[in-house]
Design a protein around this ligand. Structure first.
Ligand code: ATP
Length: 206
């Protein structure tokens, strides 16, 4: 991938297996977000190609960013933004199910603006789950969350992987967190990528 003739990375060659849990690691500015944008087809690579199995359905949880304290929608209404305006019983049931799955049922009427960082990220996850993805990409979704909220989100991701076979690609700078929850790593640095088992990841680039 090049921007203005400057290569961000080249000769990337990797494969993500169905049901894998991969941390996408790398120093600032090495192209993690660029790579994700390519995978999500938001960016076209300068050259090269990639292919998803035709059964792959992608979901996405964005980087943590704070929502205005005055934001008027409830957690439930926010999640429902990703559902048709006129909601069939089936859609209503699914919203209920995703609220339950992400442990937000009891606080579904709390305003998003008042929710904690962890609750907001779980709401983004619930919103993504409404599309029934079988692969989920998380872009620094735990950055700036406190340790308890990080663990809660990661445990949920782990549950989705174990119980629902969800393939996970998790962009993070948090190597200890990746060691705790991820099974594989992709390490982007010096314009190329290394892949391996998270338990064998050496190096602390921070
Ligand atoms: N649209 C763009 N036009 C020009 N340069 C870009 C564009 N998008 C990204 N870049 C450059 O590409 C490089 C990779 O950026 P990217 O945001 O993908 O890195 P990153 O690994 O996600 O960084 P971080 O860890 O800080 O989030 C950077 O040097 C960035 O300035």
């Amino acid at each position: 991938m090049k921007f203005d003739n400057k290569a961000v990375f080249q000769d990337l060659n990797f494969k993500l297996e169905k049901g894998s849990m991969t941390a996408l690691l790398g120093p600032n500015g090495t192209g993690k977000t660029t790579l994700i944008n390519i995978l999500m087809k938001l960016l076209v690579p300068t050259s090269g190609s990639f292919k998803f199995d035709e059964k792959v359905k992608l979901g996405y949880v964005p980087q943590f960013r704070n929502i205005d304290a005055e934001y008027p929608l409830s957690i439930k209404a926010f999640i429902s933004l990703n559902a048709p305006l006129i909601k069939s019983k089936q859609v209503k049931d699914q919203i209920h199910h995703e609220l339950e799955e992400t442990h937000l049922l009891d606080i579904q009427n709390t305003r998003m603006g008042e929710a904690s960082g962890g609750q907001k990220q779980r709401a983004y996850l619930a919103q993504a789950l409404l599309d029934n993805p079988n692969m989920i990409i998380l872009d620094e979704a735990t950055a700036s969350l406190d340790p308890v909220a990080k663990d809660e989100l990661m445990k949920l991701i782990q549950h989705l992987n174990k119980e629902h076979g969800m393939t996970v690609l998790f962009v993070t700078h948090d190597v200890p967190l990746a060691r705790k929850y991820m099974k594989e790593y992709l390490y982007l640095n010096h314009g190329t990528v290394k892949q391996g088992k998270m338990s064998e990841f050496e190096g602390d680039y921070e």
